[in-house]
Design a protein. Structure first.
Length: 401
């Protein structure tokens, strides 16, 4: 049996504001074969099982029909390769990003994060009309990841264009999209690699506190990354380090404005924020779809045999709304106890920057709720970004009364 119409409707922009009814329709067939030979997996159990399956590959070069971008990359980032190389590169990066080698990095950033958030809110605190995206949710994580990596904040207009082109190419379909869509993404990747290479070169032999400097001068147990590996890692972190957090913060504010009783409760119970962000990652996550994985060999999922080399599409946001896993899944409930959501994925590719994104979102939403006076949505639903993969509003206008 082939299932095509539901996925096509999900990918269509008209579904961007509310894809969840379509996810429910998709879950009726947990593993759905598409006309192009790919397989869509939409239920929680099947998604988590396959993400922990050693026969699942994250390397697009293992697809029967690799994408042009996959065939051209000679040094992909660790998110798009498999063990043992994935494990080595992730360990090398994690030495400077979190435990066990730098256990206090993220928590130690809390004062700086709070200061950045406060400064941004100061700029619009007395403004009647605010765009949560342009005025807050975008500049905040961009500033943070630039500081962490050692990328000049004033270069943001340059890499912003490249990031948009790269994200736009993530859901490239050779059967329906013009080749220019993929070509623009590939060229943007080359331009960003060249740019990051220029930042990396002068850091050799000059230890510093930023991540580029640390990676350029680190000789740990696993050796040192090559320059190409450092650049591919920085490329990944620069994009993932702000794009997903922009969506998480914006989706969070939108959800709170749609649930004013929860917003008021957060004002009265600031400690609620930790559970609230976890529920947000389940209910309105920043990443909805893993657009491809590859089968190393034949894989059986829910009694369906997925042939070797097949493209596998994982509907993470659908899995996190699966009623067979979560009670009353379409209800936003910050008191939810059993909440092992798929907001940051699962398995060996569990989101590298998850702890930072959590803390950024906790601080951002807490301060917005505390300081904004009677915020009101101007447009609901708001306009959304084009991507069905990284889903979030492109603008979120609110009025302060």
């Amino acid at each position: 049996m082939t299932e095509t119409s539901t996925l096509h409707r999900i990918l269509d922009y008209s579904a961007r504001a509310d894809p969840y009814p379509l996810y429910a329709e998709l879950r009726k067939t947990p593993v759905a074969l598409q006309e192009d030979g790919s397989y869509v997996i939409s239920t929680y159990r099947e998604i988590t099982d396959i993400l922990h399956n050693p026969h699942l590959s994250s390397d697009a070069r293992n697809l029967a029909r690799p994408t042009p971008a996959a065939e051209e990359r000679d040094t992909p980032s660790f998110i798009t390769i498999d063990p043992p190389e994935h494990d080595r590169l992730r360990r090398l990066a994690m030495r400077h990003f979190g435990p066990p080698c730098t256990p206090g990095l993220v928590t130690g950033m809390q004062p700086d994060l709070t200061a950045i958030v406060g400064s941004l809110i100061d700029d619009f605190a007395n403004t009647q009309l605010v765009d949560i995206v342009d005025d807050f949710a975008y500049p905040f994580p961009v500033t943070v990841i630039c500081r962490l990596l050692g990328v000049p904040r004033e270069d943001e207009p340059r890499f912003h264009q490249w990031v948009n082109a790269i994200i736009d190419s993530l859901d490239y379909n050779p059967e329906t999209d013009p080749p220019e869509k993929m070509n623009h993404g590939m060229q943007a990747t080359k331009d960003m690699y060249q740019y990051l290479g220029g930042l990396l070169e002068p850091r050799h032999g000059r230890p510093g506190d930023d991540l580029l400097s640390r990676l350029a001068n680190d000789d740990g147990p696993d050796g040192r990354m090559t320059d190409k590996e450092i650049i591919s890692t920085a490329h990944l972190l620069l994009i993932a380090g702000h794009e997903t957090t922009v969506n998480l913060i914006t989706n969070g504010m939108l959800t709170l404005l749609r649930h004013p009783h929860v917003l008021q409760r957060l004002r009265e119970e600031p400690d609620l924020i930790v559970r609230l962000v976890e529920e947000l990652l389940r209910y309105e996550p920043p990443v909805h779809i893993i657009p491809w994985r590859a089968a190393y060999s034949d894989i059986t999922v829910a009694d369906t045999v997925i042939p070797k080399g097949s493209r596998i599409i994982l509907m993470l946001a659908s899995g996190s709304r699966d009623p067979d896993r979560f009670d009353d899944p379409d209800r936003f409930d910050p008191d939810r106890q059993d909440n092992q959501h798929l907001g940051f994925g699962s398995g060996i590719h569990l989101c590298f920057g998850g702890p930072l994104a959590r803390l950024e979102t906790q601080i951002a939403l807490s301060e917005l709720v505390r300081r904004l006076e009677r915020p009101r949505l101007v447009t609901d639903p708001p306009p959304y970004r084009p991507s069905p993969i990284l889903r979030g509003p492109i603008h979120l206008h609110i009025e302060q009364r």
